[in-house]
Structure formats: structure tokens, C-alpha cells
Design a protein around this ligand. Sequence first.
Ligand SMILES: Cc1cc2nc3c(=O)[nH]c(=O)nc-3n(C[C@H](O)[C@H](O)[C@H](O)COP(=O)(O)O)c2cc1C
Length: 467
Amino acid sequence: MTDRTPGAGIALVYRFNDDILSVERSGDRITLDVKSWRPLSFTPKAPAYADAVMALAGKGCTLRQFEAIGAASGDPAQAAKAARYYFERFARGRLLAWRIADGDNELARVDALADRYQPKLDDPPAAPLHLCRFAYLHRTEDGTVLESGLAPARMTLGDGGLHALAGTLARPRPAGQDAFAEALWRLGFLDVAAPTESEARRCWEFHDLLMHSASRQNRNFTRIGASYRFEKQFPSAPAAKPPVAGEAVDLPPVDAARIRQGSGALDAIQDRRKSIRSFADEPISLSALGEFLWRTCRTTAHVPSKTQDLLSRPYPAGGSINELEFYLAVSRCDGLEPAIYHYDSHGHRCIRIADSRAFAAQIVERSANAMGLGTGNQRPDVTIVITSRLPRLAWKYEGMAYRATLMNAGVVYHLMYLVATDMGLAGCANGTGDSRLLAEAAGLDPFEETAVAEFVLALPRTASAPS
Ligand SMILES: Cc1cc2nc3c(=O)[nH]c(=O)nc-3n(C[C@H](O)[C@H](O)[C@H](O)COP(=O)(O)O)c2cc1C
């Protein structure tokens, strides 16, 4: 790697990161005082290598400078090997950080978000370099940052860095003609226009990889999990959703003892369970719909707490937060007029949302499309729209709220399938809903609550009846 390309003074500088509280040298023995670690001592093979390691303290040095200092040992090839060895070892413990410098001017600083991350050391491609399809620029509390679903690093750009980035993106050039582009390629943010990707990698879209890499503990230096980061700023949204305006419709009482007696054995239900997309001419009854909701979505306990009230329901839910809500888009049901209803899981009743009949029909029709039903096929009676009050979950869980809400919705799907099977109903999950229809019908603020999944319900068409 060249430190400087012709006409440019830009270089990628390696240094120990801020977790290294001090670097001491006694003879050739070096001791690093690393935050939350015991002191780390080692003796490099040659005094010149110790000199090179010491150059990583303070302002840092480029790879070429590190190699040149080590070459005073008398063997430049071994010094180059030593540079790679030390960078790899330090990267393992996430002890390094980087700067892109233009002379004394810092354009950007780069922090590793995971151990083992380090810039590429091989030769860059000869082709012009473009923004990698997994990279993105956004603002954080620290300023404007460049990140990527692929590279576990965060680059914070100053004004000079933003100018350089704009120039590099507007006029893609090979590394040999743009030292800033070379540094960004080494860091994992730039790539050739059409990189060779495996078939498997081609299948990953930008948002899939970002969510995957950012919402698990794949980046062990980002906060993922129960951090309660808003606890001192504002209270959690209440466990019980504030009442929805509209006419209340009581659901018929449910006889739990009768359900217990009539319910099939779990393995028999599992055996029979299937997605059913062929529906009867007769509509589902209000009592069947009510029993289904009671068995799948009712709230069974409210657990008050000083931090965040919790709920219990018939299905497990991350943190027992139970951020999911249930709406019924009813196109027909014996005992319930077509409309959208909110299921009040605490009072086991439905609240009819005014002027929502046309929206209900559209949601059900979308379900029909999602299930590939032809125009002549009987439509499902009801689409249950599952929404997420995501801020309740995000108030506790950092970095993983949307992941957790989808996992919770998956758990609900399975319970709905099992209960539908046990009750002899036709049920089918839908993975391609449109969150906007319910938002418009129910006047939801999508930041507060948004549809994340749908499940249709009706009576099944019997084998003898033509579809
Ligand atoms: C998350 C998820 C999303 C699904 N989305 C749809 C869908 O949009 N349309 C559809 O017809 N079936 C959908 N299904 C049903 C699957 O196609 C079905 O479960 C699968 O083909 C296996 O068949 P089985 O359920 O009869 O065992 C979905 C199932 C799940 C779990």
C-alpha cells in the first residue's frame, strides 16, 4: 500500500484506541494498560519491532511507516510479516482505531464495532471504486457516520472528510488515483461497481444484512439487549393500549372447561395443522371468532412494575412486554357487521372503528392476493392484523426491537395455526401486508403502532364442496 498517491497527502493511520489507557516500554518489554483488562505485557522479537509497536501510541502511524520502523531490524520482509502479525493480534482484542489524515488534518476517524475487524492489507483492485451496496451514511449523536452491514466499523466524518467523500462518490476512480477511496476500500466501505458475489451473497439485500448484523450480538462493541436507555428520559408507553374510540361489541362468553374437554392432543393437532386457503360459503360465527381470539390473544395477567408494566398472554413474548395488538378486518362474520375492529385483549371485546368497512374489504382482498386466490375463489372472512407498539419494546431493548417484535409475531402465528386447527377453522399466515391501510383506517401514528403481520381466518371448504 502506498501512504500517499501522487498529488494527494491522504493516509490511513493506525493507532491504539481509547481503551488503551497507557503504553509503557521497559527495555523491549511493552505493557498495555487496557480498560477493564489486566495489564497486557509482551516482548517483540526485535527491538525495531518494539519501536514500531510504540509508534501506534499517540498519533499513530501508517502501515508503511510501521514496516519501515520494523525494517531497522535488518530484514524488511520479516518486518512486513511482523506488521501483519501485530495488527492481527491487536485486532483480535479490538485494540486499534484508525484515522484518515490529510497531513495534519483529520478527515475521519474509524472505530471497530467488533473484535477481529481490521482494514484490508492486500492490493486494491485496479477498477474505479464506488460505495459498497451495503454501506450507508447517516447522522448520530457523534456526527455524520459511514457504516455498512458488511464491515463492522463506524467512520465518523469531519467537514473535510465529507468533502472528500462527496468527491470520491461523485467521481469514482481507482485506488491509485484517489488515496481517500483507497482508504475507504481498505476499511470496507467502497467496492468495484460490479463485485463478484457468490449466489448466496447476491440474495442478501441491504436492509436484510444490516438488520441481521446490527440486531444481534455480532458486533460485540455495540449495545444490544435490555439497556433501558430511555428510563430516565420518559416513561414507557402503558402496557394496556389507551382505549380505542368506537362502539364496543361484547364477544360471547367462553366456556374454558368445555374447550379443555374438547381440545385435541397436541401431537394430533400438529399432525393436522396446515395452511388452508379454500374457504366455505358459510361465514364464520361471532362465537367461533371470539373463542379463537380468547385462546390466542387475550391478556391473562397484568403485572405492574415501577419500571415497565408487563402482561401475560397465552403465547410467550420477549420480556413479557407484549407490545402486540390485534385488529380484525371483517368482510363477513355471522353476528358482526363488516368493519375493522380492535380486539380489547383485557376486556375480551371488540371496538368497531367508524367508517372502516371499505378499509376492511381492502385488507381482506390483499390477503386474497397474498394467498394467490383467483377471482372466482371464496375470500377469507377475516384478516387478523397484528400490530406492534414497538416503542414499548424499544424502551427496554436497544438495537433489537424490530427483530424481537417479528419473533413475537412468529410465535403468535404458530399459536393461531394450532388453535385454528383444533377448532376446525381455516387459517393461513400472510407475509406481505400493507401497514398503511390499517394506519389510515384506525388513525395510527406509525411510530407508536404499526401493522407487522396478518393471519386470515374463515370456515374451511369441505372436501365435497367445489371451490
Ligand atoms: C411467516 C409466514 C408467512 C407466510 N406468508 C404467506 C402468504 O403470504 N401467503 C400464503 O399463501 N401463505 C403464507 N404462509 C403459509 C406458508 O406458505 C405455509 O405455512 C407453508 O407453505 C407450509 O404449508 P403448511 O402451513 O400447510 O404446512 C406463510 C407462513 C408463514 C409462517
